[in-house]
Design a binder for this molecule. Structure first.
Ligand SMILES: C=C(O[C@@H]1C=C(C(=O)O)C=C[C@H]1O)C(=O)O
Length: 360
């Protein structure tokens, strides 16, 4: 599969002057709930109403969705409000029911994207549909697996495609429910600049208070749309209560977001950018040279260790460096997260250099 301008035709056809907004509850709960939220959303920037009908839950015993009955509620919501509808499909049976009830856009969840077998079954069931299909990233940070799922759809002649970035699971606790790992979305855009890319801030955040910041970051990274879990009574939602926002909050978020263009033709802008980028190029060269110099010193240490038959990893020294660098980084405005990531990578490379010396 190659990047093609046509990949974004379905999105361009909406003719929006703002990012695509998909909003609605995590789960369809009752007919009343679906219709009420649809009416509250219809006059906002939201074009598409979302609601989970079948909910994959981490552990059994939680609300697992209302099932096919909810598709009728979505249909009714569409008739009454004119909003398009979308829901998650996780097997060919879901696909059949969703198509029968004329759901406009289908999405594939993170737990499904991890399995090429299921993805292939869903692609076969969807073969040739002109409905847009949006594929969430797999739960693990694996770009190839994500793109593999997109390719399986494309090969099944599903040409209206998009991807949803919902963050990645990790064992370590962080402020996110799922780590954004923005780098993966940046790499994806590099490979497929015209494949519509939508952020799901709700599943990355797992809480309400950082949804706006995540949306702004996404727009700063040229995302094409947002899928935001929205409920008229979030605290009493049957699933994901902590991360859902009200339609009023969604309206406020859309008002406050700064929507930026990808390029500017202004001469002044071009000149300034060129100058500053020349400075960045110099700094990058210095960085590379400095890193190479540090590795040479590490190699010298490798020779000294070899002569005394001493192990490469020196935990005490390494922890001292990490602690010191985090503090120094803080003083010059570098985040702890960045300094740790950077120095862990430097340390790994340093160990690799010493290894070639000690093992030869
Ligand atoms: C360079 C050394 O070897 C390893 C690499 C380190 C580094 O690159 O800073 C630090 C400690 C060791 O784990 C060393 O022992 O000083």
């Amino acid at each position: 599969m190659e990047n093609k301008k046509e990949l974004r035709n379905w999105l361009d056809a909406f003719g929006l002057d703002h990012p695509l907004v998909i909003a609605g509850p995590c789960s369809a709960e009752t007919e009343e709930q679906v219709l009420k939220i649809a009416h509250q959303l219809k006059d906002t920037d939201a074009t598409v109403l979302r609601a989970g009908i079948w909910k994959p839950r981490t552990r059994p015993g939680n609300f697992e969705g209302v099932g096919a009955l909810g598709l009728k509620w979505l249909q009714k919501a569409k008739e009454e409000t004119g909003m398009l509808t979308t829901t998650e499909v996780a097997n060919p049976h879901h696909v059949e029911l969703a198509l029968k009830h004329d759901v406009d856009i289908l999405w594939i969840g993170a737990r499904t994207t991890v399995s090429p077998f299921i993805i292939q079954e869903i692609a076969d069931a969807l073969k040739g549909t002109d409905k847009p299909v949006l594929i969430k990233n797999p739960v693990n940070p694996d770009l190839a697996l994500w793109l593999g799922a997109v390719e399986r759809m494309y090969t099944a002649d599903i040409k209206n495609l998009g991807v949803i970035h919902r963050g990645f699971s990790s064992y370590e606790k962080s402020k996110y429910r799922n780590n954004p790992e923005w780098q993966i979305a940046i790499e994806l855009q590099n490979k497929f600049p015209d494949l519509p890319l939508i952020l799901d801030p709700s599943h990355i955040a797992g809480r309400r208070d950082i949804i706006f910041d995540l949306c702004q970051t996404a727009l700063d990274l040229n995302f094409d749309g947002l899928m935001v879990e929205t409920h008229w009574d979030p605290d009493n939602a049957w699933s994901d209560a902590k991360q859902q926002i009200t339609p009023e909050t969604l309206v406020q978020i859309m008002k406050d977001l700064k929507i930026r263009k990808e390029v500017s033709e202004s001469e002044d802008y071009q000149n300034k950018l060129q100058n500053l980028r020349a400075k960045i190029d110099i700094a990058d060269n210095q960085l590379i040279e400095l890193l190479a110099k540090r590795m040479k010193i590490s190699e010298d240490i490798g020779h000294v260790k070899k002569s005394q038959n001493v192990a490469i990893l020196q935990t005490k020294r390494w922890n001292e460096i990490l602690g010191k660098m985090v503090l120094e980084g803080e003083q010059v405005g570098l985040s702890e997260e960045f300094v740790l990531k950077l120095f862990k990578a430097v340390h790994q490379e340093s160990i690799n250099h010493q290894q070639t010396i000690l093992d030869n």
